[in-house]
Design a protein around this ligand. Sequence first.
Ligand code: PMP
Length: 460
Amino acid sequence: MLNKTQSPSAKTLAVQCMDAEHHMHPFTNTGALNKKGARVITHGEGVYLWDSEGNKIIDGMAGLWCVNLGYNCQELVDAAHQQMQQLPFYNTFFQTTHAPAAELAKEIASVTPGDLNHIFFANSGSEAIDTIIRMVRQYWCIKGKPYKNILISRENAYHGSTVGGASLGGMSGMHKQGAPLLPGIERIRQPYWYGEAGDMSEEEFGIACAKALEDKILAVGPENVAAFIGEPLQGAGGVIVPPANYWQEIQKICNKYDVLIAADEVICGFGRTGNWFGSQTFGIQPDIISMAKGLSSGYLPIAAVAVGNRIAHAFIEHNEDFNHGFTYSGHPVAAATALATIRLMKSRKLVEYVADDIGPYFQAKLRETLADHPLVGHIEGVGLVAGMALVKDKASKTLFPSDMDIGLICRDHCFNNGLIMRAVGSRMVLSPPLVINRSEVDEICDKARLCLDLTLKSVK
Ligand code: PMP
């Protein structure tokens, strides 16, 4: 159990007070947080974090799906430090470059699937998504089809929080705020088999969900559809793994109607699913992909879009500026850190470790430890990412009333018992650092079991 001191230490309180007075947090009810005081994280090591009250917490979420190499990777610190001394900043706008950006572009191209060999840099997943929106629309303009500008995404998809990302995503809570949204976006159902398939088999449901794309393309007119975008598996939507045939069907439909495929690899990229990219795990041949998070193991903000030859060559041959970019596109310190990240992943064979060793172990251990728990309706996942549905009744898949916030009850028990497991509605999700070992996986699973027991007690 965590230290349950009567009141936080003076040091903790000092940070909490400054925070409450001046810091507005993302995706947070600031009023409620200010009354409670934010948890203060002080340092980390491997897969563990410590808070300002001295509590040790195992991080089942790799920060925010990103700290793949763990919290004390000296090689990344050294790479950033050296680059900071050599050249802390220069832009890549006006016909200039520097070695870290060029080398990183080459290194990313060495691990991307297919011919995604051309790299555009951004600083966040959301910026990468905005880049995709503008780039695919401009691609069709170059091709003489400016009307082919509609993007199709999915309900419960997460594609970031800029106006572009929020509009493209399928999070209804985000659509309500800051409207109106970007025009030219359509959505189809998500491939959430456990929650939405009724009596359909996984295969039937995979076909039905892909058919929804074909129906939408036909309703809008294929000549108007620029691209379909999807996360290989939905992360922030609760870790939803599509049926095995889903992406193959999607691919066929996109090929048939000449609709580009954009894969949002912000979570799936860099080993999470046991391949460098989720597209490889799910057999997708995307025309363009976004990546962020694991690209630098979260040590510095950097994101990228990998562009296939079809799109990149059109831009190159068209001989016109792409009027898009960010001051920090290809920032040398972030790029040097990302370069070190990829090189370390290669030398430590981390992707292979996820595919052949720790990923299968994690998936098996989770099921072995948690599947029979009365609250656990279903567990799904691949590699080192998993989601589980919490239910009131397993047989009928009945959910708890949403105002009960079962996920938040469970998440709070986890935190109070030294485990970070994220709640997404009534789903609990895990995505630990890729460097996690077997005994740490065991610790996560055992703590999760304990916290599910406590959650059950709380709701009874
Ligand atoms: N796309 C996906 C699939 C994501 O999961 C996220 C972030 N969780 C984003 C885009 C946005 O990334 P960022 O928060 O870095 O803007």
